[in-house]
Write a protein that binds this ligand. Structure first.
Ligand code: BES
Ligand code: MN
Ligand code: MN
Length: 465
């Protein structure tokens, strides 16, 4: 058996223990957005440090102003020139499991569910991102178990705040530039094309968050005594929000489309040729009519068009029964997905100006002090690392990898280039029906197994140069 076949055989033989290790990680409630789980995030980082040490990594838990970051170094010294030095990034934090009552079993009690299509690993974080980051760690383990070491220098960086804004990692990059800089960043936090077809993600949408608070009367009022006299902030807010899109579903904020260009015809033809089933994609979530700009394909809408989305509305009486009230305050949380060269700061500014213009004279508007965001990203298509990943994925899956875009965002990926000067290779094994961020999140056992094998092959191809 050639070297790599032995490593792949080791992955197959070790799959049950790999699963046990993933389950142990999934049992830790590392919800980053809720301070009540801060200790679980520390426990999760410690767990990963111990696991990485067990396979010979020089691993440590690093303090930040938020949840800890795990950094680990393995393989040969970068100076020895053994292949490219890679920085693998993943996030150990997860989204809150709510709504709990929609889960068929405990979100932090991982289990295998047998379905006609195969075995599924069900738990919060199984797909996003614990199952995915473990595909890389298990691939590293197989190399170490078979050969005693990795063939190339590997730094592993695991963040605990991806799902809640990645506040600590920017400053962490600035302070640890030398330690973190490698030849290329590898990220396993994206999806496949479908369950049989691997994919490399070459574009990510950017993201801007904002929260708007509208105050009309200075206190909650009786809606009979004051109705017709006092302006209701929910009325103001809903009019503003309803005005964000025109009848063609285009966003109406002036300047919003600055930096958005029409898709290159070659790329459009490629995407049209993928055979994406629009009816099935929407049908799977009980819909049939696209919500984006009329006349564009769904892939274009998700991968290459921006959005303005209201994520939540808060205001007035929402308890049982009825209450005749004119509330004092109404608020909404919004996010904007960005593409192309759209500037996050300008999008925020233009949105806020749009709102201010629509507030009646004696009402008041405020915005959450934070805001800010991440620009969209397009990765180079001609790098040797991408070529290596294509060869590896084709060998593992028996099919060429599709180059895809992503509707989602991984804000930190931009910083790999900006702060550390590295390009990123995004290879993931999640599927659209994994229900990430939703109840009953799952990861296919096949994604986990072939994901581990894919990394073994990618590392091998990178080592060959
Ligand atoms: N892994 C996802 C991003 C993703 C989703 C990539 C689907 C490819 C396909 C990531 O963990 C995520 O959820 N990102 C957030 C951003 C964050 C600031 C909350 C997102 O996209 O909403
Ligand atoms: Mn993720
Ligand atoms: Mn996520």
């Amino acid at each position: 058996m050639s070297d790599i076949e032995t490593v792949l055989a080791q992955v197959d033989a070790d799959l049950d223990s790999s699963l046990e290790r993933l389950f142990a990680l999934l049992r830790i409630k590392s919800v980053s957005t809720d301070p009540a789980f801060a200790d679980d995030c520390i426990a999760c980082a410690d767990h990963l440090v111990a696991d990485l040490k067990s396979i010979g990594f020089d691993a440590s838990r690093r303090k930040t102003i938020g949840h800890p970051i795990v950094v680990a170094h393995g393989g040969p010294e970068p100076e020895n020139g053994d292949g490219p030095h890679v920085l693998f990034y993943g996030h150990y934090d997860v989204q809150p499991p709510d709504p709990l009552e929609k889960w068929q079993s405990g979100p932090f009690e991982p289990r295998i569910v047998e379905t006609p299509q195969g075995k599924r690993i069900v738990a919060r974080g199984s797909s996003d991102d614990k199952g995915q980051l473990m595909t890389f760690i298990e691939a590293a383990r197989a190399y170490v178990n078979v050969n005693g070491r990795l063939p190339i220098p590997v730094t592993i960086l695991l963040e605990g705040e991806e799902e809640s804004g990645s506040k600590s990692i920017g400053p962490f990059f600035a302070e640890n530039k030398d330690e973190l800089t490698a030849d290329v960043a590898l990220v396993c936090d994206t999806g496949m094309w479908d369950a049989e077809t691997p994919a490399i993600t070459t574009r990510l949408r950017g993201l801007v968050h904002d929260e708007v608070f509208i105050t009309c009367p200075s206190r909650d009022l009786h809606s009979g005594m004051y109705g017709g006299a006092a302006m209701n902030p929910i009325r103001v807010l809903s009019k503003v929000l309803a005005g964000l899109h025109d009848t063609d579903n285009r966003v109406t904020i002036p300047g919003f489309y600055e930096g958005v260009s029409e898709l290159d015809p070659e790329i459009k033809a490629q995407w049209d040729g993928l055979g994406f089933d629009e009816a099935e994609f929407l049908g799977d979530v009980g819909l049939k009519i696209p919500s984006g700009e009329k006349g564009r394909s769904l892939l274009e809408l998700i991968w290459a068009q921006p959005t303005a989305e209201v994520n939540g509305i808060i205001g007035g009486y929402t308890g049982v029964g009825s209450k005749t009230v004119i509330p004092s305050v109404a608020s909404a949380k919004l996010t904007f997905r960005l593409v192309g060269e759209q500037d996050p700061a300008k999008v925020l500014e233009n949105f806020r100006a749009f709102v201010r213009e629509r507030i009646p004279e004696d009402c008041k508007v405020e915005f959450s002090p934070e805001g800010g965001g991440a620009q969209a990203l397009q990765l180079p298509l001609d790098s040797p690392h991408l070529a290596a990943a294509r060869r590896a994925l084709a060998a593992e899956w028996g099919k060429d990898a599709v180059l895809i875009g992503s509707g989602g965002s991984i804000p930190i990926v931009g910083d790999f280039k900006r702060s550390l000067g590295m390009d990123t290779l995004l290879v993931g094994f999640a599927l659209d029906d994994d229900a990430i961020h939703s109840p009953n999140e799952k990861y296919n056992l096949s994604s986990f197994h072939h994901g581990i094998r894919s990394w073994v092959r990618i590392i091998d191809e990178l080592a060959k140069g």
